[in-house]
Design a protein around this ligand. Structure first.
Ligand code: CMP
Length: 143
């Protein structure tokens, strides 16, 4: 079954938005198979954002993501990568649909509340960066 990597960024944790955001994924019907509250170290952040190295926002993004705990998650479901991106809305909250997570909770692209894998290939890479296989749970979801 398809999986996606979702990270609630420091702003989401600090603002107490974790429960509300999790609820949107649950209400949609996505299946939670991995989750941890963690500090991201510099090496992990640099691996995560390697494709952006050299861009102006790379260093500030790495600094931000390592500044305070995040909630790292793996959600599972048919087409979950695309579904999660719809739930999140556009990367820049200023352009995000008002009903989406970034549209509801964000104002600023550098504090955009949530990260989600942009493709199935990215999801496989990001899940493996943040989770050991034994940290993912296999169970039957109701509904
Ligand atoms: P994310 O989905 O985590 O992927 C890269 C992150 O870089 C992005 O969300 C934003 O939080 C951050 N970022 C900051 N400035 C920009 C920008 N101009 N373009 C894209 N991403 C940016």
């Amino acid at each position: 079954m398809e999986k996606t990597f979702i990270m609630l960024k420091p702003d989401a944790v600090q603002r107490g938005l974790v429960g509300q955001i999790l609820g949107r994924f649950e209400a949609k019907g996505c299946k939670l198979v991995g989750m941890k509250l963690m500090k991201v170290d510099k090496a992990l952040a640099e691996q995560h954002y390697a494709e952006h190295k050299g861009k102006g926002f790379y260093e500030p993004t790495v600094a931000y993501i390592t500044s305070s705990p995040v909630v790292a998650m793996v959600w599972e479901g048919k087409n979950v990568v695309v579904i999660a991106r719809e739930l999140m809305g556009a990367t820049n909250p200023a352009n995000a649909n008002p009903g989406s997570i970034r549209g509801s909770f964000g104002m600023d692209i550098s504090r955009n509340v949530i990260h989600g894998s942009d493709s199935v290939a990215s999801a496989e890479r990001e899940v493996a960066l943040y989770f050991k296989p034994e940290e993912l749970c296999d169970y039957c979801k109701a509904g």
